[in-house]
Design a protein. Structure first.
Length: 162
């Protein structure tokens, strides 16, 4: 009987601590330039971490080519590059080009005209504080390989112009 009580106490003790443990989650959908980028890759959380005075996700707008470029370096070595043509003329658009580098890989997967990319905020180059925010989802299908599903993607980044 004493061993049963010990086991019950240990299990309940472990349960109490497991309830207080915090797990990473998708960043909130904001449009303030919070420096966030995250999504689910085949239902696994992937996000670009931020550090002191630096973020692993960035957005640039090339005025000469009228192209928005978003780069994200994520916690398991995944990388994303989005190329969006004419971003000021569209809000809900296909991703013109997306490049994805899976974890532990050196081979990029590229797709053209795929998924959905929704811009919820994009500032013009007028103020000192420019932001681009939105959400995305897409699927990458390589012949003979399991599809990679990117869902619940969101970003909220400062927008740099050149």
């Amino acid at each position: 009987m004493k061993s049963f009580i010990k086991v019950a106490l240990i299990c309940s003790f472990g349960f109490c601590f497991s309830c207080t443990e915090t797990f990473p989650e998708l960043p909130p959908e904001t449009d303030t330039g919070a420096g966030t980028f995250g999504c689910l890759v085949n239902n696994e959380l992937v996000f670009a971490s931020s550090g002191y005075n630096r973020s692993n996700a960035e957005a640039e707008y090339n005025q000469n080519t009228d192209q928005l470029i978003i780069n994200a370096r994520c916690q398991f070595g995944q990388k994303f590059i989005f190329l969006i043509n004419n971003p000021y003329k569209k809000q809900d658009i296909l991703i013109d080009t997306v490049r994805y580098l899976p974890p532990n890989s050196t081979e990029w997967i590229e797709a053209i005209q795929t998924g959905c990319f929704r811009i919820t905020r994009i500032d013009n180059f007028i103020d000192d504080f420019e932001v681009v925010s939105g959400n995305f989802f897409f699927e990458l299908n390589e012949s003979g390989k399991t599809p990679i599903r990117i869902t619940k993607g969101r970003f909220d980044l400062f927008l740099h112009f050149y």
